[in-house]
Design a binder for this molecule. Structure first.
Ligand SMILES: [Zn+2]
Length: 261
């Protein structure tokens, strides 16, 4: 983790994104319209309310183009890579991520480790045989290397691990924010719209990926904002009971955390 963290610069980055959102992005601009005045801060939005809003979460000047770009909810490779670094996963080991759909991605960002998708039990495929065929390539990546980092929720990991017999596997469980407090160190915190935004580090605390995300207390809830991302996501309440966490600073690392209340 980094000693470069500056709370002031971090808050300024958040203010910049908020200013951009209100000026340029329909979803937030409409909050002003609904309020009948210029708001200083965005209304906290539950993550579930973002479903189906992709078009309104992109700037007027650069609208979402379904024909020209993939779904923006897929998540950037480099964010998963940073999340894995945060929780201390091995860096050069191939990464297999359990997902609901295949993804044309061979490495985890430029210069990153090799990457493959394992389709989980809930994946939309015509049948089990097809799912196994699509998974074979990723499994081969692991067996060839003799090692793998496997990322997924508990149920998916339990299902997939027996097929990695003989491979040195580091499992990284993907959990919601509510589950993270009770989880083990090394778990990644994920939200369907924010993507990976935090992880339980070696100190046992839930560390935010602070170069990518900002967290603050907004009234009775803790909200998370993406600092560099398309779509524009500000003051999102992660997919969880909203009042259960509060932002803070890790006494050990000096960087932002989200703690259970
Ligand atoms: Zn810490």
């Amino acid at each position: 983790m980094s000693a470069e963290f500056s709370a002031r610069a971090w808050d300024l980055a958040y203010r910049r994104v908020v200013g951009h959102a209100f000026r340029r992005v329909p979803f937030y601009r409409d909050q002003w319209v609904a309020a009948g005045r210029a708001l200083d801060e965005p209304e906290p939005t539950p993550s579930a309310a973002l479903a189906g809003q992709l078009h309104r979460l992109c700037p007027f000047a650069r609208p979402f183009d379904p024909a020209g770009e993939p779904s923006l909810w897929i998540g950037e490779a480099r964010i998963l890579r940073e999340a894995l670094t945060l929780v201390g996963a091995p860096r050069r080991t191939p990464v297999l991520e359990v997902r609901p759909a295949v993804l044309d991605r061979r490495t985890l960002g430029p210069g990153g480790p090799r990457y493959g998708v394992l389709l989980g039990p809930d994946a939309k495929v015509v049948n089990e045989a097809r799912r196994r065929a699509l998974n074979a390539e990723a499994l081969e990546l692991a067996t060839t290397a003799g090692r793998a980092v496997v990322v997924g929720d508990r149920q998916a990991l339990d299902e997939v691990l027996p097929r990695l017999d003989g491979v040195d596997v580091t499992t990284v469980e993907r959990v919601s924010l509510a589950q993270a407090a009770a989880g083990e160190n090394g778990t990644l915190v994920h939200d369907p719209h924010l993507g990976y935004f935090a992880g339980r580090a070696s100190c046992g605390r839930i560390h935010l990926l602070w170069r990518r995300f900002h967290a603050r207390r907004a009234g009775q809830v803790t909200t998370v904002s993406a600092l560099r991302r398309r779509p524009v996501l500000v003051d999102v309440i992660p997919d969880d009971p909203p009042s259960g966490h509060t932002p803070g600073t890790c006494p050990e690392h000096g960087t932002p955390i989200i703690s259970p209340l």
